[in-house]
Structures are given as C-alpha cells and as structure tokens.
Design a protein around this ligand. Sequence first.
Ligand code: NAD
Ligand code: MG
Length: 390
Amino acid sequence: MRSVSIFGATGSIGQNTIDLIARDPEAYDVVALTGARNIKQLAHDARRLKADIAVTAHEELLPDLRAALDGSGVEAAAGAKALDEAAGRPADWVMSAIVGAAGLAPGLRALEQGATLALANKESLVCAGALMLKMAQANKARLLPVDSEHSAVFQALTGEDIASVERIIITASGGAFRDWPIEKLASATLAEASSHPNWDMGQRITIDSASMFNKAMELIETKEFFGVESSSIEALVHPESLIHAMVGFRDGALMAHVGPHDMRHAIGFALHWPMRKELPVERLDLAAIGQLTFRAPCEQRWPALRLAREVMETGGMAGAIFNASKEIALDGFIDGRLRFTEMAGIVEDVLTKLTGESDHINATMTLDNVAQIDHLARIEAQASINKRAG
Ligand code: NAD
Ligand code: MG
C-alpha cells in the first residue's frame, strides 16, 4: 500500500487524481486531502477515501468541515498552519494541485519530508524553481511533472541523455483568439476570452490560454524543470492539441508525445511512475483524426511569449515577479479595468521596474524572499493599472 496526499483535492486536477485513486482503493492509504471553500466536496472525498485528515485553507470554515465530517473518524483542520502541518505528514506520493503561488509552501514541505511530489502547480516552478529543486535534492525527494506538456517531455526523455537534447518544443492550442485579426484583440470581451475552443477548464486558465500567459508560464517551467538553455525551448501552435510536446535530439530525431485531452494521462503517469499502468483514457484513432497541423506562434499576437523569454534570461526572482504581476493583470481584465491587450503591458511595466532594481532580482531565493517579491510585484501591478486608468 502507498500512502498519498492530495493538496488542492477539490479542484480540477485534484478531482482527476481522486478519480484514479478511487478506482483502486486497496492500493492507497490516503493521508491528507486539502481544499478551500468547497467543504461539501472535500468532506465527501475524505469520507470515501478514508483520509486521516481533511484541511480547508479558510479558518472560518472549520465548523462547517467538522460538521460535514462528523462521525467519519476523519480529522478536520483549517488555516495556513494546519495546511502546513498536514503537508509535513509523511506520505510516499503527494499531488501538488493548489492553484497559484499558494501551492509553493505546501509543496516545499512535502519535499522536505522526502515525498515524491507530482507537480501540477506550475507557479511553484515559475516563482521558485531553484528552491524546489534544491529542497528535492537535499531530501532525496523526487519531483515529477504533471502539466501535460512537461509530462510529455519527461516521457520523451526516458532513457535519453539530457546532454544530447537540442531543443524542447511545447505545443499550444492558441486559445480563443488564435484566428482573430490582431487589430480586433483590443476589443475582446471577458466572455469571448473565457471560452476555449478545445476544452473546458477554469476561467483563469482559459483566459491565460487566450493570452498565452499560460504557455509563457510553461516555457519558464520547462527551463526550471529540465535545466536546459532558454534558447533551446520553443512554443509551437498546434490547434488539435494532441501532440503535447516534442524533444529534438542532436542527431535530428524528434520524439513527440501524442495523447488524448485528458489530464488523467499525465496524473496517472506520475502516479505509477516508473511503471506504466492501464489508465481509463480514450485511445486515439489517428485515421479518424486525419491530420495534425502546426503554426509558428506570433509574438505580436501573444506578447506574453516574448516576456517569458526575458524572464528566462533574467532568472533569479524574475519568475516570481512575472507570476504575481500576471495574476493582478488578469484580475484587472476580469474586473473590466483593463483591455485584453493591456495585460501584457502591465506585466512588462512591473518586470522593467523590479528587475531593474538589482537587490530584488539577486535576492537569495528563500520562501520569505519569494513571498516578499510576490507582494511587491502585486503592488506595482496595481499601481500600473491605476496609472493607465488615469
Ligand atoms: P482549480 O481552481 O480547479 O483547483 C484549485 C485547488 O486549489 C482547489 O482544490 C482549491 O480549493 C485549492 N485552493 C485555491 N486557492 C487556495 C489557497 N489560497 N490555499 C489553498 N488551497 C487553495 O485549479 P486546477 O485547474 O485544478 O489547477 C491546479 C494547478 O494545476 C494550477 O497550478 C494549474 O495551473 C495547474 N494545471 C491545471 C491543469 C488543468 O487541466 N486544470 C493542467 C495543467 C496544470
Ligand atoms: Mg499545460
């Protein structure tokens, strides 16, 4: 039996993870499940998986969680300290699926106790990649990628020497506006940006997909995870989204990973690694699909890609600045204070200002310093939005 914990159990990745674990309850001993406001779901899953503890991030929801778990034998806890305590409980395998920078601290705690950490939370690597890798190494813990592109790269690298890699190509669907005339983007509405041509995801990641901020994050994530030069990492628009990534080797070979649109593939790969086990995902019928198409990404349409390149080249705390200012710019678009095309300008303003101040960019990467720069970048982004609003 393997002991497992799931951080962000009530979200889209968390629920897909639970779907896989619940199919084979004899194989897993569930330690901790964590969530935020969806107490009903958290309690339901903690009961059926017989978790040791369920934790909500919100202290005021503790009475609700206690009531929902009454008589189940599952411990209820709430708040940041409880989350940290639960993350420190020994588990063989931990899913990191909290959204945003809030996923960083629990992920580090799990690495500290030597767990294998399946990492869906891309913000951890973007904000503090060096810190995550250092923590893993110091505690003989293992990090496995769950973002589909990075899982694909990881799979294509099996048995290969990283020194023979010439390039890594991650694909992008292109999002809601891939076929729009560029001049029209400034008038894109929230509803238009929130509908994805290929799949159904949360609103924030769908908008990040239309702006390619999601892909920009993933370029940075690739550099941090695989430790390759930024000049060898590319994004490629692939509207069918069936090839998730390709690795190019120095002999000219390209290894592509082809798979259905189903996060249970990447989650299941990380769950069973280093073995492969049967997964309940669609088997692709390539003859029926007929063709796969590709286009070069246009940096005029998607300036986030250019900004990601700057972040990769700057290094240090630039990723944390990028992530935080992007979060605030996205809030600004959702609240109607920014146009779709203004988000990148806000992020660029903040990057220019804060990466120009060398004490920020060269600060030692600790959890506290990352939190501090995250906070500062949010304030700067807010100021930049206010300035634009006049
Ligand atoms: P989601 O919004 O569906 O779920 C987020 C989870 O985090 C929920 O359980 C929520 O309760 C919890 N949470 C939210 N705020 C929190 C806080 N402040 N403190 C503690 N817990 C909090 O998100 P998701 O789509 O499952 O994505 C999770 C992560 O995985 C993100 O980093 C995302 O970028 C990444 N990811 C998602 C997908 C996908 O297909 N959904 C694919 C690749 C990567
Ligand atoms: Mg992805």
